[in-house]
Design a protein around this ligand. Structure first.
Ligand code: SF4
Length: 200
């Protein structure tokens, strides 16, 4: 039996409202929730792909542990044991900074993802931390710091009153387009003039 569920997309900080179609416990469709007060129906291709994501046969549903060169399904206990067995020799031989952590975007959208990494970092004593921010966002912080004196003073385009929008190195249809999350998104507002996004 099919039903509709209203959810918030957990994949990035734009937090778009989703209207999901669920058939027998499986997500079979996803579209923007036009009544969402924030995103007003806007979603990006990632949000629209929730149905395909849910039924993807390659989606990880259990930990995998490499055993004799092959990945095999394992319990969480086995997985944590494998992690501990792998990390300890590295720390003992090369020091804590040899262990690098890469935190993906969805970590900031779950309670566990926000709470546990600081504990893990403190336990490891490593300074080798990488995130979505360190990979693709630092130039924005550096330029904002140099221009405005504050690395977090990131200007948000005033799309409603923009006559000509020139996007360099940005895709207006990607998630949280050009640091302008909904409702200053393609669905919430549009530049009144031209929008130009040269492709490299
Ligand atoms: S911009 Fe895309 S990934 Fe981000 S919350 Fe909205 S639908 Fe999800």
């Amino acid at each position: 039996m099919s039903r509709t569920a209203l959810r918030i997309c957990p994949l990035c900080e734009a937090t778009c409202g989703l209207t999901l179609t669920i058939d027998e416990g499986r997500v079979t469709g996803a579209r923007g929730d036009r009544d969402d007060v924030f995103s007003k129906g806007f979603i990006c291709p990632k949000g629209a792909a929730f149905g395909a994501l849910d039924s993807d046969p390659d989606r990880l549903r259990t930990p995998l542990v490499r055993d004799g060169g092959e990945l095999r399904e394992a319990t969480w206990e086995e997985a944590f044991e494998a992690v501990a067995a792998g990390i300890r020799p590295v720390v003992e031989r090369y020091g804590p900074h040899a262990v690098g952590l890469v935190l993906g975007n969805p970590n900031v959208h779950t309670m566990a993802g926000a709470l546990y990494p600081p504990v893990l970092l403190a336990g490891l004593g490593t300074r080798s931390l990488f995130t979505a921010s360190t990979v693709d966002q630092m130039p924005k912080h550096v330029s904002s710091g140099l221009l405005f004196g504050d690395a977090n003073a990131i200007p948000v385009p005033d799309l409603d009153r923009t006559g000509h929008l020139l996007l360099i190195g940005a895709n207006p249809w990607s998630p949280t387009a050009v640091c302008a999350p909904p409702p200053t998104s393609p669905a919430g507002s549009r530049p009144s003039g031209h929008a130009v996004a040269p492709s490299p």
